[in-house]
Design a protein around this ligand. Structure first.
Ligand code: ASP
Ligand code: MG
Length: 425
């Protein structure tokens, strides 16, 4: 007998028929002899609907109050799922975040989980119940409602799995696994059987929306085997797991894009020590996550500093930068939210050279100008004009051989290495 945490996303609980289908799936897992904990998101579109209501009131919402509003979506779906299970003669109990003490910090709208009290869940499981936990929401030390950021139910599921030391965490969604890229954009995209935590982390962080990034961090830290599966099929899905030798043979596992960032350039910044800290310190104090940063070589003692933030933080970040401008003696601020970031990710990059060069070549042969570049050990990202997103993703998918099936696990992709000869970054 295993302890399984299943998570169902918004589309999987999108209407009452789908909720009945979720109930049947939970019951089937229980009938197979498992203890079942199910974490659910709000019904599809609900969180967006709630955020729209907020936006009709103000464009700079108090985030505590916003969380009070958006956390309600999950309360509806857990109650409905629990009742759907009961309607099939099953036993089920729903829990809100605070009822299982999903304690978070107080960073409203993107709170981090600190601890979970597994006891109420274990007690309900011991009575033969399927436990239905609200995703996305928590409670801070003062008892305020918090939420974990968009897509946060994934993180709830993995955190619950870690707290319970579950045997597996299954994330059910509307796609049947993790793909080499967005299959809606690139028909040649293929489903991966396995992907490493690290690759998934990079793909999630660069905009592949299949899993929330913090859920993957959690899974990696606590070594929770994470399955991404469809709630509409019986396909085995994709396993997110620890790396093994054969996984390094593939140069690029996936291509991702993100149209959710915006670019801010602080112009004419004096090129003296401490300036970057004066810009990024206040951004950090406001919990604004800065992604790419590029500083131009200075001319006449002044330089331009460009960085990207999430579109949701764009206005707030501009306010912060404008407030800091006087103090740092910058000349002006330029902004652009018509950008996209395209990225290639693969653990194979560690042992192969020429990957970035091949990426730049693929983009330039489509006439796409690169505005910013950033790299990590297993990732290269380029910021381009938003209108080129699709073209860039397709070109990269083809350039790195992802249109073709991957070599089977254990096979060596000799051709991939050979094709890179002579290209050095
Ligand atoms: N309902 C939340 C959202 O739409 C959380 C989730 O779906 O995971 O972002
Ligand atoms: Mg989701």
């Amino acid at each position: 007998m295993a302890l399984i945490v299943q998570k169902y996303g918004g589309t999987s609980v999108g209407d009452t028929n789908r909720i009945k289908n979720v109930a049947l799936r939970c019951l089937a897992a229980q009938e197979a002899g498992h203890d079942v904990v199910v974490v659910v998101s709000a019904m599809s579109g609900e969180t967006n609907r709630l955020l729209k209501l907020v936006a009709q009131i103000t464009d700079r919402p108090d985030e505590r109050e916003q969380d009070v509003v958006v956390a309600t979506g999950e309360q509806v779906s857990i109650g409905l799922v629990a009742m759907a299970i009961q309607a099939q003669q099953g036993k089920a109990t729903s829990f809100l975040g605070h009822q299982v003490r999903i304690v978070t910090d107080s960073t409203f709208s993107k709170a981090r989980i600190k601890s979970i009290d597994a006891q109420p869940i274990r007690a309900a499981l011991a009575k033969g119940h399927i436990v239905v936990v609200a995703g996305f929401q928590g409670v801070d030390e003062e008892g305020n409602v918090t939420t974990l950021g968009r897509g946060g139910s994934d993180t709830t599921a993995v955190a619950v799995a870690a707290a319970l030391q579950a045997d597996a965490c299954e994330i059910y969604t509307d796609v049947d696994g993790v793909y080499t890229t967005d299959p809606n954009m690139v028909p040649a995209a293929r489903k991966l059987d396995r992907i490493t935590y690290e690759e998934m982390l990079e793909l999630a962080s660069v905009g592949a929306k299949v899993l929330q990034i913090r859920s993957v961090e959690f899974a990696m830290k606590y070594k929770v085997p994470l399955w991404v599966k469809s709630s509409f099929t019986d396909d085995p899905g994709t396993l997110v797991c620890e790396e093994d030798k054969s996984m390094e043979d593939v140069l690029v596992r996936g291509v991702a894009y993100d149209r959710n960032e915006a670019k801010i350039t602080v112009c004419g910044v004096p090129d003296v020590p401490g300036i970057a800290a004066k810009i990024f310190g206040p951004l950090d104090e406001k919990a604004i996550v800065v992604d790419l940063i590029v500083q131009n070589p200075s001319k006449d003692g002044r330089t331009d500093l460009t960085f990207t933030v999430g579109k949701a933080d764009f206005l707030k970040a501009q306010d912060v930068v404008k407030a800091a401008m006087k103090e740092i003696g910058a000349v002006g601020v330029e902004t652009d939210d018509d950008i996209a970031k395209v990225s290639i990710v693969g653990v194979g990059m560690r042992n192969h050279s020429g990957v970035a060069a091949r990426m730049f070549k693929a983009l330039s042969s489509e006439g796409i100008n690169i505005q910013m570049i950033s790299t990590s050990e297993i990732k290269v990202s380029c910021v381009v004009a938003a209108k080129y997103t699709e073209l860039a993703v397709r070109a990269l998918h083809t350039a790195f051989g992802l249109d073709q099936p991957m070599p089977p696990a254990g096979a060596t992709a000799v051709s991939e290495t050979a094709a890179l000869k002579g290209e050095k970054v």
